[in-house]
Design a protein around this ligand. Structure first.
Ligand code: PLP
Length: 437
């Protein structure tokens, strides 16, 4: 499907007068429409809840928008739990699906009433000790059947190689132990394939988990209250792939539910999801400006963003579509490597990409950066994180996270005498004015 930015060159020119590039921008209208579609797709299940995977896009304003639709949060760390609590989410709206979890985080999760999803059978004892000899009333267990996960179109993932979850044997054992120890409500969770661009993933996973839930009930007497399909619903990063249809996915999951759970007398099980990418990726873009062109062994366009702002291409060789704003319909008759400024040769947003001729000052819109984009950033080379903006429904951009400045980078050095000198240097840096290049 053709990728069209949700913002025009004229809008970006205006925004950039207030908020210099690079910046991440999110499309409020798109986020809302999709959130509504997700809720509708699973409305057949009375207990349904999507828990947005905070790690994908940890911005309080975006999380609050989702929360208006009843969407909660899936947290992987203390800071994500803190953010959920600070936003006023209730305990039942917070899922804690972490792994290799430190005791302090378990204690805090329990304190705010989040549902704890145990990654391993040994965590039962660890959690019990951390909580001073008791367990929460509600516990979820993460499942990993091992082997490979295949689908009819060949897409597969390799759970047998993944560090997450308990084996089949362990999960039965875990529910028995938890029941003995007085836990009252149980759930199961599995995340077996990532970025699946097919409507088949959730239904297939659901079928597998529903059958397991029936067996768990038969073998252990534990009747699961919720089944968490977790994340993994993907989006098409390339123009030749078709987007998933969440309405179809929801309906196919319903068919599995009616086929497997209802006949087993388990028609009251709630379906949970923890989508990150599907909720946000297409509704965020990284806007950057061409600042250098270089003609050496290849043709390079240097932009003012770098892998610190969007790491997926450097980390996974991931494709992100690029539109040169204002040249949407121009012929793509140039071949470029689009690079950032890190001293790392993998700092390239595109390699051998066919694009229209790029002139210095052109704005590039890097698509599908709304999830695992800004969030994955790091600070190598002393580079700073950009601002995040929300393109509101009225067409105005609102700042939802300011850009870092050098003092943010130096903030943790405040224990050293050099910090004062850095603060003084910051004043010098603030004085710099640049010509319009
Ligand atoms: C990362 C993650 C998600 C979200 O995954 P997406 O691919 O973004 O949907 C959900 N649950 C858990 C436990 C995760 O680690």
């Amino acid at each position: 499907m053709k990728k069209v930015p949700f913002i025009t060159k004229e809008q970006v020119e205006k925004i950039a007068q207030t908020f210099p590039t690079p910046f991440h921008i999110y499309d409020e209208k798109g986020i809302r429409k999709n959130a509504e579609a997700v809720q509708k797709a699973f409305s057949w299940n009375p207990g349904f809840r999507e828990y947005f995977a905070v790690k994908a896009t940890p911005n309080p304003v975006l999380i609050s928008i989702l929360n208006e639709y009843g969407i909660g949060t899936d947290c992987s760390s203390m800071t994500e739990l803190m953010m959920s609590e600070a936003l006023g989410l209730s305990g039942e709206q917070i899922m804690f699906s972490s792994n290799d979890t430190p005791a302090r985080e378990y204690v805090y999760a329990d304190k705010i009433g989040a549902t704890i999803n145990l990654d391993d059978i040994t965590h039962i004892e660890y959690l019990e000790k951390a909580l001073g000899g008791r367990l929460p009333k509600i516990i979820s267990c993460r499942y990993n059947p091992g082997g490979v996960f295949t689908m009819s179109n060949g897409i597969m993932d390799n759970p047998g190689d993944a560090k997450y979850g308990m084996t089949t044997e362990q999960i039965f054992e875990a529910y028995k132990i938890l029941k003995e120890k007085g836990v009252e409500k149980f759930g199961i969770h599995a995340f077996l394939a990532s970025n699946t661009v097919t409507n088949e993933y959730y239904p297939k996973l659901a079928g597998q988990l529903f059958e397991l839930a029936v067996k768990i009930k038969e073998d252990t007497g534990v009747s699961l209250s919720f089944i968490n399909l977790s994340g993994g619903v993907g989006i098409p990063y390339t123009e030749d792939a078709e987007p998933n249809d969440i309405a179809i996915i929801g309906d196919l999951v319903r068919q599995q539910y009616e086929k497997i759970l209802i006949p087993a007398g388990m028609g009251d099980v709630a379906i949970f999801t923890e989508m990150g990418r599907f909720m946000m990726a297409p509704y965020g873009g990284l806007v950057t400006r061409a600042i250098h062109e270089k003609h050496t062994h290849k043709e390079y366009i240097g932009v003012d963003a770098c892998a610190v702002n969007l790491m997926r291409p450097a980390m996974y060789g991931a494709y992100h579509h690029i539109t040169v704003l204002g040249k949407e319909d121009a012929a793509k008759d140039h071949t470029y490597d689009v690079t950032g400024s890190l001293c790392e040769n993998n700092d390239k947003f595109a390699i051998d990409r066919q694009l229209p001729e790029i002139e210095m000052g052109d704005y590039l819109f890097i698509h599908d950066a709304g999830a695992h984009g800004f969030a994955m950033g790091y600070s190598y080379n002393g580079k700073l994180k950009s601002a995040e903006l929300l393109l509101q429904e009225n067409g105005e951009a609102k700042l939802i996270r300011r850009a870092e400045n050098p003092m943010d980078y130096f903030a943790t050095l405040d224990v050293l005498p050099v910090y004062e000198k850095l603060s003084a240097e910051m004043e010098t840096v603030k004085q710099i004015t640049i010509a319009d290049l």
